[in-house]
Design a protein around this ligand. Sequence first.
Ligand SMILES: Cc1ncc(COP(=O)(O)O)c(C=O)c1O
Length: 424
Amino acid sequence: MKVENLSSRDKKYLWHPLTQHKLGRPQLPITRAKGALLFDEEGKEYIDGIASWYTVMYGHANDDIISAMSQQMQKLDFVMFSGLTHEPAIELSEKLMAILPDNQAKLFFNDNGSTAIEAAIKMSLQYFHNNGEKRDTLIAFEDGFHGDTFGAMSASGLSSYNGPFEDFLLKVVRIPVPQEDTIEEVKSTLSKILNENECAAFVFEPLVQGAAGMKFHSAEGLDALISLCQEQEVLCIADEIMTGFGKTGKNFASDHLSNKPDVICLSKALTAGMFPLSITSCSQKIYDRFLSDEVHKGFFHAHTFSAHPLGCAAALAGIELLNSPEIIERRTYIENAHNLYAGKIQNHERVKEVRVMGAILAIDLEIEMERYGSLRDELYNFFLERGVLLRPLGNTIYTLPPYVITDIQLQKIYYSITEALNTF
Ligand SMILES: Cc1ncc(COP(=O)(O)O)c(C=O)c1O
């Protein structure tokens, strides 16, 4: 009997995310992964230059994470988290509280990034509802990305994802991100919005807008916006789903700020890419607003797989690794290497701007490219042919590699980027 390869079997029944199946190349079947490497059906290797959407920061098939999860699996596989509790969740809450900003007091579990944002938005709306107030407006940055469920999508400002759903979204007013020279301007836009609307929450990706193309903004500016919101009790929700767990050089991007967000959303690297899990953490003041003799004032929101013990075990092992001497050394190495490479290419005729923050290196090209257009696909294929997985965002090429990437692998990513700059 003829054995079909994975690519053709894939085509039969599968529908992939962010894919126009009528166009483009077949999906690349990956059969194995270790460290920063992925291996396809034919054994060809690829360097995972974006840590599989910035999740596997300690490397694929990390032994410590595998061991923690397999021990957990044998002890307690899963129980629901309503009416029951378990040690992995309790221990994770203790370990996370030790590294989250001081004002964080309670953790609510969900199962992916979008649902962490969804819970944060619902928490904010109910926070006012429980007080007899109706606040119906959210504030968000232009070009932000917060996920694909309806609340998260409402807060997101990238039209490539929202197009068909625009008429069905929550009420959101958008502001531009603050740059060093636009802080006053954005502050006055925000003040006007705060005066003219019943604002419940300000949702933002702190310091780096990932899906927008790893775009950076001013920490001083964001601090000023948080301060304006907090003066009017508007809850500030930091979406650290991309930035969390060391990517910006500190444990959380919020650690670069003086004014701390009221709510922080975590996912992706939380479980080192090993399990879908997310957390919406909040301050005591928010939690207290849900305490009442009236049952319905509680937060009646749940996902079946909340606080899955396997995810919690992976997260606990991940936090151990995050600030281990070995990983700290690699985090510093990557940031230094990125800066050195950025210096080398900044004057290249194809480079419009190059930026580095922690493990993030982003290069805006002089060429204009559609987000999912054919030129972008050519670039994606160009890297794959060289054994490097990078997913350019519009005209931005970026890498955010696993912390465990080797020096040679990182140099290979840089080399292919330089080749692309010389070719496109
Ligand atoms: C900043 C940010 N928020 C939210 C999400 C949504 O997370 P998920 O894809 O797990 O729903 C993403 C995903 O890329 C993200 O980068």
